[in-house]
Design a protein around this ligand. Sequence first.
Ligand SMILES: NC(=O)C1=CN([C@@H]2O[C@H](COP(=O)(O)OP(=O)(O)OC[C@H]3O[C@@H](n4cnc5c(N)ncnc54)[C@H](O)[C@@H]3O)[C@@H](O)[C@H]2O)C=CC1
Ligand SMILES: CC(=O)N[C@@H]1[C@@H](OP(=O)(O)OP(=O)(O)OC[C@H]2O[C@@H](n3ccc(=O)[nH]c3=O)[C@H](O)[C@@H]2O)O[C@H](C(=O)O)[C@@H](O)[C@@H]1O
Length: 485
Amino acid sequence: MTTNLTSLIKQRGPIRTIGVFGMGYVGIPAALLFANAPGTEHVYGFQRDSPTSGYKIAMLNRGESPLKGEEPGLGDLLKKVVSAGTFSCTPDFSKVAGCDAVTLAIQTPFRDKKDLLPDFTPLIEGIRNVGRHLTPGTLVVLESTITPGTTAGMAREILEAESGLVAGEDFALAHAPERVMVGRLLRNIREHDRCVGGIDEVSTRRAVELYSRVLTTGQVIPMTATAAEVTKTAENTFRDLQIAAINQLALYCEAMGINVYDVRAGVASLKGEGITRAVLWPGAGVGGHCLTKDTYHLERGVQQLGPDDLDYPTGRESLYTLARGINDFMPVHMLRLTESALAQAGKTLEGAKIALLGWAFINDSDDARNTPSEPFYEMARAAGAEVRVHDPWVDPATAPDVPAGLSRDLEGVLEGADAVVVFAGHKEYRGLVPARVRELCGCAHPAIIDGRNVVNPDVWIDAGFAYRGIGRGDKNRHIIEKMAL
Ligand SMILES: NC(=O)C1=CN([C@@H]2O[C@H](COP(=O)(O)OP(=O)(O)OC[C@H]3O[C@@H](n4cnc5c(N)ncnc54)[C@H](O)[C@@H]3O)[C@@H](O)[C@H]2O)C=CC1
Ligand SMILES: CC(=O)N[C@@H]1[C@@H](OP(=O)(O)OP(=O)(O)OC[C@H]2O[C@@H](n3ccc(=O)[nH]c3=O)[C@H](O)[C@@H]2O)O[C@H](C(=O)O)[C@@H](O)[C@@H]1O
């Protein structure tokens, strides 16, 4: 069926000029790969000149990356496309008018951690700016993680209102969620399969044309815009669910006095013939900006798109939000394990000195977004404990929302501690020496609470520690070897 949009796209020919809104972890690698792809004449990196991020504009145009941490290949690619003149960064959104395709990779954080609602303000501002300069025949693609229904709903309405054009008639509109991981941004975009969903067939086809040019081993998987939104939120919901399943099993194993890692090895040994189990790892909780929010995007999507059509067991909570609840319970459980270990050494949380090891939400990383260490920190202090935090990766000078007293001096944090609580599986903690730690703690029976299975229980129990570990029902009831300091 030849629609007005089909002929508009035909008149435009292949996509040559591209705009990418949001020069962040997602937008920058995406823009550089588009700029480096055959057939691309120019890519505009659209970046608002905000107080916090405006500096990126000049930095990127100098060929310097504003992204923290190692990103293999990104620096060289940036220099290449800047010197080739196929990429430039600008706050001048009027250049949208000259683009054949515009993508938006703008942040969509929680508005407030308590209400778990997304703050779409920055994204809406970006969509509005695209609409103001939108010309017929252009493809618009949302890459941000959004609530299912947003592309065909709110985004479409704003674009049409600002441009006076009609989506699906005058311009193409799609969603193509990002699956990148910091530390492997370029590789992930090239190699991961890419779900690409248009509000209609013509939009999907144009979006497939855009993304096919940057994929190497990845395949494009076409679908509808809403299906693409659900795919992104569901893939992280499922990961959160898998983590909750092993966390619940860890709690059960503690109650039954067995070692969850024996059970995990047993279950994981079921292999092949489609009967394999995806058993993940129990731990002190789930942080990050993906798994902590994407479940709620999915839940809001079904509530907004299909409230009257959803058939679900009456009065039962969603399995997915229940999983979120179990994962968010793990820092509470860590506090209870700490309390139990302190009690075994004749102490209480009140007045105890706690060394919290690990502020980052993930091993060997400086990323502390929505870290599970934070609720533990707050609860322990509320219970009257003094908590000092160590993290070898998180920089107290630059990381947001760091606790008072976050230090990189491990021995200093351990000095005088009644309890040592491991929240991140940083490699530094796998080498802790019990005798040295006990000497630094300066008491006969310090507590060690292992949230990431980084210490050997027997070695620490033999050294006089009151040990507790997530899922270690076989060790958590040990007796203390009475010994003088
Ligand atoms: N960072 C990651 O590893 C992943 C992120 N995502 C999703 O991708 C989206 C972007 O995330 P990040 O790149 O991490 O965010 P980011 O915060 O690193 O980058 C966003 C950029 O957009 C800019 N910006 C904000 N409002 C703007 C506007 N109105 N016009 C132009 N620029 C604007 C910001 O100044 C910033 O430079 C989010 O929805 C996130 O959930 C998805 C998968 C992985
Ligand atoms: C593009 C994108 O959204 N990728 C997601 C991202 O997740 P994220 O960066 O949040 O790291 P993650 O490995 O999922 O870990 C999230 C949180 O869950 C905890 N975690 C993770 C795995 C596990 O078995 N047990 C566990 O407790 C981690 O400690 C962390 O606190 O990266 C994951 C990945 O590394 O593959 C990926 O599966 C996720 O879908």
